[in-house]
Design a protein around this ligand. Structure first.
Ligand SMILES: O=P(O)(O)OC[C@H]1O[C@H](O[C@H]2O[C@H](CO)[C@@H](O)[C@H](O)[C@H]2O)[C@H](O)[C@@H](O)[C@@H]1O
Length: 442
């Protein structure tokens, strides 16, 4: 497909002039994006148009297509807070991080945050047939690359016979809908019942950016395993067998089960408490901004802040971070997250939990991960490495992802989980019919 500059410009408009999100979307939808562009022209972003009306603002510029295309999303995902050198805390390998970021980096963060919560492109700016056609084509092409896990259900279970499915679930945006107030991100009673059923069929874990205690308060199911703080606070089963014992402290949970607790960033607790207070102080004058203490990481929320103050907020966060060289910043859905600069993520947490469940050989087990956010990408990559691993992105709009399959929203997640339960409960005969496509789940 050949995209004209005007069409790309339309997509940029829908992404508020955010080149990285738009480029990511186009690349995610059309692998040949770049070669197919009619090049040599310059595009003026909507951001710069907005700024022209507001002379005091410093944002926006006219960018050439080549500069748009040379932007690498990978560069934007993790940025360092400071160049000040200091001895890292040697618990888990420290991540390499770049030196002090320039002011232009705010645009990258902000663009990246928008990319995590893009507008529904099919419902916006679809007033011309051209725009509608392109949006439909983009979505269709993206769905071909990330098919619905509901319509591909037979593929998910195809290899599951005599293998153990282990389910990993993100919380916000996966089990609960995204809402303005993070304290009110409740999961529905139906979803809770579904996850309870699921846990009676398969080992099930929730891996969240929230603190472990907070995500437990939301989910309230003792039959699950929980990893909070993006996997930096794990409470898992102590079932690892000889030869691959997992690290961590063993104990008994309230139900008398052996459990293992692993907190690879425990030595960062004092510094996390300190940075959390500093962030609260420095952001308190920005209307709508809030800071959430997630035990081993801190989340700064942008969702309720007027977009014209996003840059100021990002700048304040960065200024605070200058004094904390052992911490780093990542972004998610309208959030910036401060976390220890260690090589640990949701993917490593999945690996840890599989081992603590006693699964050594990836061929025996089917890890299935469902998540909606940037930090879930590490887990997608991890389960994709397993022979029959299944990675599912929750998103109603096309966005770049390593997930193989997709679901639109938490209600589709619930439907998918229910199908898994039904499949497991029905016995082999029915399973065979399903695999042969004889039975329609609906
Ligand atoms: O890993 P997760 O379980 O998805 O947690 C990631 C962050 O989720 C929460 O923020 C997101 O959901 C909020 C409630 O719907 C929403 O207001 C916010 O804009 C989203 O980014 C949570 O509040 C964060 O602490 C988590 O890190």
């Amino acid at each position: 497909m050949v995209l004209k500059v005007s069409e790309v410009s339309g997509i940029l408009d829908r992404y508020h002039g955010d080149f990285e999100s738009a480029e990511g979307l186009l690349r995610a939808s059309f692998p040949s994006f770049g070669e197919s562009l009619v090049g040599g022209m310059t595009l003026r972003s909507k951001r710069s148009a907005v700024c022209a009306e507001s002379p005091t603002s410093s944002c926006g510029s006219t960018l050439s297509l080549s500069s748009i295309l040379s932007t690498s999303p990978a560069k934007a995902s993790v940025v360092s807070a400071s160049s000040v050198s200091s001895k890292p805390i040697p618990i888990v390998a420290q991540k390499k991080h770049s030196t002090y970021v320039e002011k232009g980096q705010f645009h990258t963060w902000i663009g990246a945050m928008r990319a995590q919560s893009p507008p529904h492109i099919l419902s916006l700016h679809s007033d011309t047939p051209d725009a509608f056609d392109l949006e439909t084509a983009v979505h269709k092409s993206w769905l071909e690359r990330h098919p619905s896990a509901l319509s591909s259900f037979h593929k998910v279970i195809k290899n599951a016979h005599k293998k153990q499915i282990v389910v990993f679930l993100d919380y916000d945006g996966t089990l609960s809908p995204i809402v303005e107030d993070p304290e009110r991100a409740f999961m529905s009673t139906e979803m809770r019942a579904t996850v309870k059923d699921l846990a009676s069929c398969f080992p099930t874990a929730v891996i969240s950016g929230r603190s472990r205690s907070k995500v437990f308060d939301f989910v309230q199911l003792t039959e699950l395993y929980y990893a909070g703080s993006h996997g930096m606070d794990i409470m898992g089963p102590a079932k690892s067998s000889d030869g691959f014992r997992v690290k961590g402290t063993k104990s008994r949970d309230k139900r008398g089960n052996d459990v293992v607790k692993f907190q690879p960033a425990s030595e960062y607790l004092p510094v996390i408490n300190k940075v959390c207070n500093a962030l609260i102080e420095s952001t308190k004058s920005i209307k709508g901004a809030s800071v959430e203490h997630n035990k081993f990481c801190v989340t700064v929320h942008f969702r309720r802040v007027n977009e014209e103050y996003w840059e100021v907020l990002a700048e304040r966060v960065q200024n605070v971070l200058k004094d904390y060289p052992t911490l780093t910043l990542t972004h998610g859905r309208k959030v910036l997250e401060v976390r220890p600069c260690i090589s640990w993520d949701k993917g490593k947490a999945v690996e840890f939990l599989l081992k603590s469940l006693g699964y050594k050989d990836t061929g025996d087990v089917i890890p299935l991960y469902i998540g909606d956010d940037k930090t879930d990408e590490d887990a997608f990559k991890m389960v994709n490495r397993a022979k029959h691993g299944c990675s599912i992105l929750v998103s109603s709009v096309p966005k770049p992802s390593d997930a193989k399959l997709s679901l639109q929203d938490p209600s589709e997640v619930m439907e998918f989980l229910r199908r898994l339960v039904r499949w497991k409960k029905w016995g082999l005969e029915s399973r065979n019919s399903i695999q042969m496509g004889v039975y329609d789940f609906k």
